[in-house]
Design a protein around this ligand. Structure first.
Ligand code: AMP
Length: 454
């Protein structure tokens, strides 16, 4: 059996051990033991872990372990989080862990008086915890200098991007020193998160913790192969007709647009029985929907990955993956919503051809096959296609396009000598880049991409 890692196995120091003792924490959580050395090494890190896994200490333990005492006023660690509640929570956690360390921590967020925050910043800080918008405003006012930031943590990056903060993040990247360690934590992987990683991180080390406590043994998993979106709708409606079996159903859809489209379809067929949550809905609307679903007033809840995480609702009879998650971690998060407290849960996954590869990835991640069910013969296969399913219109079908025979031949006169020169890209910038092999402009996205593939 694998030996349980203890805090003694991590290279901490007395002030941290004392703080952990006070907190009564005996063992590091899996994300804490896995992340410690990687974060401490200074490499870029992407951690996939949900709230509740101890992820705040996963990045704070190594950061506090190696943060030296300093009198300088400019902060050296910046932690970005999506909401002000999280700012408060993270600051509290850091203060507990740093109880015996002389470190200055400040939380800043929007919706409160910026002048009070400016004063606090001006007193000198070591660690700033912030929401992106307020951070940027403070930086623009020049009260907050970011030139000494050595470590950037972006926590709950999936929520951050889902709430539309990408642009704000890019603005902040632009004013941060180029040489810094990037540490990202996300509960789910999404395309947006993937894009951000490939655009701005150089070969980050990835740490994933298995979704703890996902009781695979009491979740019955099965799947259907389905032709297209509207056929999936037909199949779903067919299943949901059985109100007794499908009495509390959580349906996952990857994109907001499709979540809304599906909601409209179900609302027609089962009026008043469904509700939907995603980040374009207001907080109140989302809370109300969740409450109605929890209380059983609505039998069906449609949700996107990011919005449904952390949902702890009892007695969910079925999780239906209306689409097949591209990332196996998301599949685990999704199905873990059913089969709680040792009850039998059911997880159904719909896959169209494009998604077959994803189901294979999920199966190898779990090291088990998800049984395939026969597509019910009474369900109509729809011919209607949504935009992304329609065939691409190809240029060669364009009747106005010139055929090859009509193509112009070579120029009938030789080029003049001066025009024969080939452009070798001989600018100063290219020479310097070739010599030093590093980007001369900040955040050179293409350079990072090129080098990542090496
Ligand atoms: P987080 O995932 O960072 O939101 O942490 C979830 C909760 O677990 C917080 O209340 C932490 O204080 C607590 N926690 C963090 N690390 C440990 C640990 N090693 N042992 C017990 N509880 C922990």
């Amino acid at each position: 059996m694998e030996q349980q890692v203890t805090f003694q196995d991590l290279n901490l120091n007395t002030p941290l051990y004392n703080a952990l003792d006070d907190l009564g924490f005996e063992y590091p959580t899996p994300i804490q033991s896995q992340a410690f050395n990687v974060v401490a090494s200074g490499k870029d890190v992407v951690g996939i872990a949900q709230t509740g896994t101890g992820k705040t200490f996963a990045y704070m333990l190594p950061i506090l372990r190696h943060l030296k005492y300093s009198r300088q006023d400019n902060p050296r660690v910046l932690i970005l989080v999506p909401t002000r509640e999280l700012v408060v929570q993270v600051v509290e956690e850091i203060e507990k862990l740093a109880a015996y360390i002389n470190v200055r921590v400040l939380g800043v967020y929007g919706g409160t008086n910026i002048n009070t925050q400016k004063q606090a910043v001006a007193e000198g800080q070591d660690i700033i915890v912030a929401t992106p918008g307020r951070l940027f405003d403070l930086a623009l006012s020049h009260v907050l200098q970011l030139k000494s930031i050595q470590k950037l943590v972006i926590d709950e990056v999936d929520v951050m991007l889902d709430l539309g903060f990408r642009h704000q993040l890019l603005n902040i990247f632009d004013i941060l020193p180029e040489r810094r360690q990037n540490i990202m934590f996300s509960a789910t992987m999404t395309e947006d998160v993937d894009d951000l990683i490939s655009d701005f991180f150089i070969t980050p080390q990835r740490i994933t913790v298995a979704v703890s406590g996902t009781p695979l043994h009491n979740i019955e998993q099965s799947r259907y192969e389905v032709a297209n979106f509207y056929t999936k709708v037909n199949l779903l409606e067919h299943l949901l007709n059985d109100t007794e079996t499908y009495n509390k159903v959580l349906i996952f859809v990857a994109f907001k647009k499709l979540a809304d489209l599906l909601f409209d379809q179900l609302e027609e067929r089962f009026p008043g029985q469904a509700c939907v949550i995603h980040s374009n809905k207001t907080q109140n609307y989302r809370l109300r929907s969740i409450e109605q679903f929890r209380a059983g007033e609505n039998r069906i809840l449609i949700a996107t990955d990011v919005m449904a995480r952390g949902l702890d609702i009892e007695n969910i009879s079925h999780v239906i993956n209306f689409d097949t998650p591209k990332y196996p971690e998301n599949y685990m998060h999704r199905i873990g919503r059913t089969g709680r407290a040792e009850q039998q849960g059911h997880a159904l996954t719909f896959s169209k051809e494009k998604e077959f590869e994803a189901i294979q990835t999920i199966e190898s991640y779990m090291d088990m096959k998800v049984p395939l069910l026969d597509f019910p013969s009474e369900v109509e296969v729809s011919k209607q296609l949504i935009e992304e399913e329609r065939p691409q219109i190809r240029e060669r079908n364009n009747p106005t396009k010139r055929s090859d025979e009509d193509a112009p031949g070579p120029a009938y006169h030789e080029k003049k000598d001066k025009n024969k020169k080939e452009n070798l890209g001989g600018s100063y910038k290219f020479k310097i880049a070739a010599k030093y092999k590093k980007p001369k402009t900040r955040g050179d996205k293409n350079y990072n991409k090129r080098n990542k593939r090496k």
